[in-house]
Design a protein around this ligand. Structure first.
Ligand SMILES: Nc1ncnc2c1ncn2[C@@H]1O[C@H](COP(=O)(O)OP(=O)(O)OP(=O)(O)O)[C@@H](O)[C@H]1O
Ligand SMILES: [Mg+2]
Length: 178
């Protein structure tokens, strides 16, 4: 029998023995024990566990928001962490590779719905007109027709849809939702 052909595409997320502790001495908290995890393109992974078990810490680590204490991490085949961050431009990495959906939507209050999405695209390098056009297309896709409304004028569900549109606006390969 033929051997299975390995997938040409590297996993989207690959963690090996990723650990994170906060604090030191008596107040030290081991938030992540050595976590080894592989997530491939198209996979949807849910995290379940008791409060304080490390779910958010894990997602923040994958999102390069929280620096691990040790271990190895690769995103899209690119080594990101190996005892230290291997890339300097983590901000750019977050903008282009990872979409974040927060439990509380975290929209910018001084920007309207369209601008909240377009801003994320412009920060990643899109032109103003293209960004606005795509923002409107995404809002339309999510049936969010109050495109000029500010976050304070939106219902919870509407704000969350804007936040989801913003998270996918730059076509990230990894989407995290807390
Ligand atoms: N910035 C921090 N400083 C110190 N300890 C932290 C910090 N962030 C998280 N922790 C600790 O790390 C552990 C894991 O927290 P985390 O927020 O990842 O849990 P969680 O699984 O997301 O919980 P929940 O279901 O309540 O959201 C907890 O003991 C928490 O107190
Ligand atoms: Mg949490």
């Amino acid at each position: 029998m033929d051997k299975p052909v390995p997938s040409a595409r590297p996993p989207r997320i690959e963690l090996r023995a990723i650990a994170k502790h906060f604090g030191r001495g008596e107040t030290r908290v081991d938030a992540l024990p050595d976590v080894t995890l592989t997530v491939r393109a198209g996979e949807v992974v849910g995290l379940r566990g008791t409060s304080g078990c490390g779910k958010s810490t894990l997602l923040n680590t994958i999102g390069c928001v929280t620096e691990p204490t040790s271990g190895w991490m690769q995103l899209d085949g690119e080594p990101i962490y190996d005892g230290r961050y291997l890339r300097r431009d983590l901000r750019r990495l977050r903008l282009t590779k990872i979409g974040f959906i927060f439990q509380t939507h975290n929209l910018l209050p001084i920007l309207n719905a369209t601008e909240n999405i377009a801003e994320a695209m412009e920060l990643a390098g899109s032109g103003h007109t293209d960004a606005r056009k795509r923002a409107e297309t995404l809002l339309d896709y999510f049936d969010m027709h109050q495109m000029r409304a500010y976050p304070s004028q939106l219902s919870g569900g509407m704000a969350q849809r804007v936040a989801i549109a913003r998270a996918i606006a730059n076509d990230p390969h990894i989407l995290t939702s807390t």
